[in-house]
Design a protein around this ligand. Structure first.
Ligand SMILES: Cc1cc2nc3c(=O)[nH]c(=O)nc-3n(C[C@H](O)[C@H](O)[C@H](O)COP(=O)(O)O)c2cc1C
Length: 197
């Protein structure tokens, strides 16, 4: 019985891992959480070169600065990486355009719910969009709006102010959202913690 449970657990872990790898185009299904002022070319390229998926934090960068940062990151890695955009940025449309021009494969939309138009422009530009969801209902709404993957982030996450713990969010959301990959963040510091979730 115990063996059956652990075998099915291992299968579930392997299939989630494979889905994440395929979605990101990486060796490991590990997405580097973007950190404003920290996730710049060197960190992003180091994560991607090590087999994970680095993500540039655009934060308050102007479109010109983002353009330079993407170009500079491409000099440091040939592996896939993404860009994290804050949806309340006044130049959001222009920032999306720059990501598309550079053929960035994945755009992570943070800081509030993105509009349908933003998700649509990313899709039309040939990139995938990844959004954060704080609840199951909003996650389902985002999927209806066309997002390609979700991130759930518990209260243990650095800089995060949500009230719900990673383990609770995971129990609410992971069994109920299977249409798109769901990445989990917040207080996960070791491989064993990845396996637990
Ligand atoms: C200093 C700092 C800056 C961050 N900036 C951003 C950001 O610009 N955009 C974003 O989506 N998340 C941001 N985050 C959240 C991280 O991307 C990530 O989701 C979170 O740190 C994961 O939880 P952990 O710190 O427990 O690993 C930031 C986190 C920190 C600690």
């Amino acid at each position: 019985m115990t063996e059956d449970i652990s075998n099915s657990g291992l299968q579930a872990l392997n299939s989630a891992w494979a889905r994440g790898r395929e979605f990101l185009g990486t060796e490991y299904a590990i997405l580097g959480g973007a950190m404003s002022w920290v996730s710049e070319r060197n960190l992003v390229a180091a994560i991607s070169n090590a087999g994970g998926f680095g993500v540039i934090a655009c934060g308050a960068m102007t479109p010109e600065l983002l353009d330079q940062e993407i170009k500079a990151t491409k000099e440091l890695t040939k592996k896939p990486f993404g860009v994290n955009l804050i949806t309340m940025h006044p130049d959001l449309d222009k920032l999306v355009e720059i990501c598309i021009q550079h053929k960035v494969g994945h755009v992570v939309l943070a800081g509030g719910l993105p509009g349908k138009n933003t998700i649509a422009s990313i899709k039309e530009g040939g990139a995938k969009s990844i959004c954060f969801t704080p609840t199951l209902a909003l996650g389902k709404k985002l999927i209806r709006s066309g997002v390609d993957a979700l991130v759930i982030e518990g209260m243990e996450a650095g800089g995060h102010i949500g009230p719900v713990a990673t383990s609770v969010l995971a129990q609410e959301i992971l069994p109920n959202i299977t249409d798109v990959p769901v990445f989990v963040a917040g207080g996960i510091g070791r491989g064993e913690a990845i396996a637990t979730i």
